[in-house]
Ligand binder design. Structure first.
Ligand code: URA
Length: 197
């Protein structure tokens, strides 16, 4: 039986027109979840998130903070590529994020790194897509850790610039590197906290 949250996403035009549905990659038992925006051309071809140029930067990020794919799960707000990589539409976010919420319930992450504006606003709005437009953008909130509870799961949200933005805007690099220190610190805290139980 196909679950309703899958049917809902599959019913959108972008899913009818894409090559592959991109669900996620990594470890479903991980403590750390990364959430991007939507698959790009390479991801659509391969059915795997973050395999293109932005993915190379995400790999560097993971490497830099001492993580591998075994330690994280990586997913997106949209599971299918919007044509010409246009921005996600609110109706698409509404149709696709019940799937992401199911992933959150299953993974129960302790740390969520939101990559870029769409993922960050989704979490700041606690999943209420209509509230996303009144949330602050990534430029003002990047690196600021916030405790969030969604779907009965409490986690630390760390908003990060989208790894693709680092490619186009080199002046973001020092900010990005500083935010990575925050990621390292939070992960260290989370892991040591977990050892107490
Ligand atoms: N950008 C994203 O936000 N997600 C991907 O999977 C690839 C590029």
């Amino acid at each position: 039986m196909v679950p309703d949250y899958v049917k809902k996403a599959m019913d959108t035009e972008i899913c009818k027109n894409c090559k592959n549905v991109v669900i996620g990659k990594g470890n479903l038992n991980a403590d750390i979840l990364f959430v991007g925006e939507a698959p790009g051309r390479n991801e659509d071809e391969q059915g795997v998130p973050f395999v293109g140029a932005a993915g190379k930067n995400l790999d560097k990020l993971l490497n830099n903070v001492g993580l591998s794919l075994e330690d994280v799960y990586i997913a997106n707000i949209l599971k299918c590529r919007p044509p010409e990589n246009r921005d996600p539409l609110p109706e698409e976010i509404k149709a696709h994020t019940p799937w992401l919420l199911e992933q959150i319930k299953k993974i129960k992450p302790r740390v969520v790194c939101s990559l870029g504006n769409y993922a960050t606003k989704f979490f700041f709005a606690k999943g209420d897509v209509d509230e996303m437009k009144i949330q602050k953008g990534i430029t003002s909130v990047h690196g600021n850790v916030k405790e969030i509870e969604m779907e009965g799961v409490r986690f630390k949200l760390i908003p990060l610039f989208h790894p693709a933005a680092i490619i186009y805007k080199r002046d973001l690099l020092p900010l990005w590197e500083k935010d990575l220190e925050t990621v390292k610190k939070e992960i260290k805290k989370t892991v040591s906290q977990k050892r107490l139980f």
